[in-house]
Design a binder for this molecule. Sequence first.
Ligand code: AHR
Length: 514
Amino acid sequence: MKKQLAALAACLAWTLGAQAADIKLVVNADQPGPVIHRNIYGQFAEHLGTGIYEGMWVGPDSKIPNVRGWRKDVIGALKDLKVPLVRWPGGCFADEYHWREGIGPRAKRPIKVNSNWGGVPENNAVGTHEFFDLVEQLGAEAYVNGNMGTGSPQEMAEWLEYMTAEGNSSLAQARRKNGRDKPFRVHYFALGNETWGCGGNMRPEYYADMYKHWATFLKTPENNRPKFIASGGNDQDTTWEDVLSKSVKYNFDAIAHHAYTFPSGKWEGKGSAVGFPEDEWISMLSQVSKIDNTLAKTTVVLDKNDPKKKLEIYFDEWGSWYDPEPGSNPGFLVQRNTLRDALLAALHFNVFHAHADRVKMSNVAQMVNVLQAMIQTSKDKLVLTPTYHAFALYTPFQDATSLPATIENNPVYKVGATEMPGLSATAARGKDGKLYIGLVNSNATQSAELTLQVGASAPKAVKGKLLTAGAMDAQNELGKSAQVVPVAYEAQAADGKLTLKLPAKSIVVVAVEG
Ligand code: AHR
């Protein structure tokens, strides 16, 4: 009873609050901020579970329609999403990956054990050439993560030479013999992954020295030089960013940071992907503010050590992580994907946009079948997850110019002891010249109304898409009708006011007209 009364009081406070002080979104269209790099919408594909094998790669002889082994349906859906960049081959897998085992005739490639992920056989069918075929089919940029854990500076330098050499070196000739005449275009190259953990359990100072040593030998033609990425910190720890930005100078363009979100906030006993109470809804969504704080702290550190702003921050692993789907191989990181994940993604985007001066890439973990996936497959079927639709709604923000957007009288959303701002907003001028607004109503039970002001005036109308559903854990399941799909959304000005109605637990992305 007490709980019900408290909920009623919270609901009244929300409604009265909204009546007492109107919620207003003010966008300053004449104060352009940094460009929101399209690679903020990057993806991550690791040799993990069915993330690559089965989920994307079926091999050229499969009955599932494919182009040179890559599933046509999956590639089509990812192209629709305008995937700008793919990171490969890991993750933890990267630090045990030896590139020579993934080139040459597939039947002759060695079969290894994927010791990080379920101990299953890894037949190396997807290697360097197959990965570049994937990104070229997608029209995406390539981010290759090098092995610093069990490799050597020589092995790493030779991989780069194999991929990028133009001349007649033995490695360039070997690449040609394996079917690729022109060099591959390597846009980004990382030295190790999570070197504080699965990548070698190092101290930041030790890794910084290793980085300086190994990076010395990484050479490519000038027109094919990737941006070089150091493995940075985890969660809220910015020590790695501090140590690296103070000491590394050569072949150093960016620092990778990771932060996953668990309902319980802990690695052990993370919480369930479905069938959760509202306090686990808010515990997930409210944690995005930690990422905002970490980025703010990182900015302070980098502005001190790198005042010319040469270094970029890449959030190259993020997303929801739940207890594994019952009955699945726990090493395959299979989890359901619900409306909560879609909102979690949209809140991340809003935060990344707000830090677009330093954050020039992010990679959701992961692209297909693993963790917070865009796509889930089973045999020849696929389903687009709610997270896919959140990414789809936000595509106009790729390479858009960010604009200041402030919510006045933002209502507080509170469940038990956890509270967060009820609404989150972002605004940008798209490459097509239109003004776009992204809005998230995190409140699971209460709708909200806000008026929109651009500069000093109210626009005439907005048009776009809305994503919501009846239940917090609504999902799109194979063989069932999808519960979370975007629908058309529009609002017109009346009496000189443009009011947007946001249903509970929803995402709205609109273009402003007039
Ligand atoms: O994305 C799954 C794993 O999470 C990655 O391999 C690793 O880098 C991180 O711990």
